[in-house]
Design a protein around this ligand. Structure first.
Ligand code: GLU
Length: 472
């Protein structure tokens, strides 16, 4: 029995745990979650692990972790499809008893022959209903059989899909498909329909690669006399060249994006906008998403996944993020890359630096990398470009700079800037000519925050020492 009153919206995300949670799946999960949250309904999770050969615990863990990282929570414990097998068998037998299904004794060889002939005649390959009207007593004693659904023969069936509109298929295209295999195991088609019914699912939001399945599933639902769900088949995500999304386009698991330093909020926002829109709004918080999300905002054409846009959006989220959050998020990256532990004092320094660091980073790795100069031990190793910058002329300049800065009492942005500018003017050089060797000496690289920010963050003594290291 349907455990929910008909006015409660229930959605489900039903991944097959044969790999990680890829971005298409993550977006489907989000749309189901948002739709349920928007309408005050329930969002459920079902792990479709009936294909035992391809389902792994590792994949289940990766999917659950990925969903968790995206901030999606579910209203009940996950349902494991493989655990419902008995119930699937029960429904198949019920259909058999009501005359909506029948036993098919065709042997594998026989079916292969049938298909070969259809292939030769260039006809669509479909079960031809050879046992539909035959009496089981005609089968040899003890022969094994599959149970097939007795589908409608004439006319057509129409699904009013909430995204695709009315989509029709001739009933003749839907053959009497198998519910229970001859080894007694339920098919995927049967399992999905039974589980959706038993979980009280009212809205099926999923990729449009499942639209074809919907017609078969609907036939089964009608044979059982169950309430029909509302279907919403969302267009798939394509690569930025318009081709079907593949690894080459960045079709990775969401955890790969986490490991690339993408913020969960940015990923959420990016995936949300892939196929759903709210006017011209680009930056949309979770709260707004719950408030605004509905199926009518889902577009009919495939969206394009663009890594660059994701990185840019992530950069915007980093700039808007709280410094304390960014400190906590970058800490492990910094510690791993320098093999150090950040003391309270160093974490304070990182917090102070965060406003200038975060304006330059598109992801947490860039953010962490940009901060490393703060924590390196003297004498600094220089990268190749920094090293090649420090020729004799440059060292000469550093000597004058060191001499001027040593007398500076007020170690502020303004005072250091004034002092360096005076040297530049006296030497008739542009500020950049001084800033580049300073940057090399102070950070060991040729890119860093503004040079005066660097001086102030490092403090007077450390700055002078780093300059001196390159002069001597
Ligand atoms: N388990 C299917 C998949 O991962 C989804 C089935 C469905 O949503 O009906 O593609």
């Amino acid at each position: 029995m349907n455990p929910n009153p008909p006015d409660t919206i229930v959605t489900r995300f039903a991944p097959s745990p044969t790999g990680f949670l890829h971005i298409g799946g993550a977006r489907t999960a989000m749309f189901n979650w948002l739709f349920a949250r928007h309408h005050g309904g329930k969002a459920l999770l079902r792990i479709e692990d009936t294909d035992k050969a391809r389902s792994t615990q590792e994949a289940i863990d990766a999917i659950i972790e990925g969903l968790d990282w995206l901030g999606l929570d579910w209203d009940d414990n996950p349902v494991f499809q493989s655990e419902q097998a008995e119930r699937h068998v029960e429904v198949a037998n019920q259909l058999l008893a009501s005359g909506n299904a029948y036993k098919c004794f065709a042997t594998p060889e026989e079916l292969e022959e049938m298909r070969a002939q259809q292939r030769a005649e260039k006809k669509p390959m479909r079960y031809d209903g050879r046992w539909r009207d035959r009496d089981p007593s005609e089968a040899p004693d003890g022969a094994s059989y599959a149970i097939r659904l007795k589908t409608e023969q004439g006319g057509k069936v129409t699904i009013s899909d909430a995204v695709q509109g009315d989509v029709s298929v001739q009933n003749s295209e839907i053959d009497d498909f198998i519910l229970l295999r001859s080894d007694g195991t339920p098919t995927y088609m049967l399992a999905v329909v039974v589980d959706d019914h038993d979980m009280g699912v009212t809205h099926l939001i999923r990729g449009d690669d499942h639209l074809n399945n919907a017609f078969r599933q609907l036939a089964l639902i009608r044979a059982m006399g169950w309430a029909e769900p509302i279907y919403a088949h969302i267009p798939l995500i394509h690569g930025n060249d318009g081709a079907k999304l593949s690894k080459r386009h960045g079709a990775l698991g969401v955890e790969a994006y986490r490991d690339m330093g993408i913020l969960s909020d940015a990923m959420f926002n990016y995936l949300l906008r892939l196929g759903w829109g709210h006017g011209d709004d680009e930056i949309i918080s979770r709260k707004q998403a719950v408030e605004w999300f509905d199926i009518d905002g889902v577009g009919k054409s495939p969206s394009r996944f663009d890594q660059k846009k994701l990185q840019n959006l992530n950069g915007q989220y980093i700039r808007e993020a709280e410094d304390t959050d960014l400190v906590a998020l970058t800490k492990p990256w910094i510690e791993a890359s320098l093999s150090i532990e950040l003391t309270e004092e160093k974490l304070d320094l990182l917090s102070q630096a965060m406003p200038v660091l975060k304006s330059r980073a598109k992801n947490l790795i860039e953010l962490a990398d940009g901060s490393l100069f703060l924590f390196k031990n003297r004498p600094l190793g220089l990268d190749e470009r920094a090293a090649s910058l420090l020729d004799d002329d440059a060292r000469q300049l550093l000597t004058s700079i060191h001499a001027a800065l040593i007398d500076l009492e007020d170690w502020t942005l303004e005072a250091t800037e004034e002092s360096i500018k005076a040297i530049a003017e006296a030497a008739e050089l542009g500020l950049g000519k001084l800033a580049q060797p300073m940057r090399a000496a102070l950070t060991g690289s040729t890119s860093s925050p503004g040079i005066f920010d660097v001086l102030v963050l490092l403090g007077k003594q450390e700055s002078l020492d780093r300059l001196a290291d390159q002069i001597e």
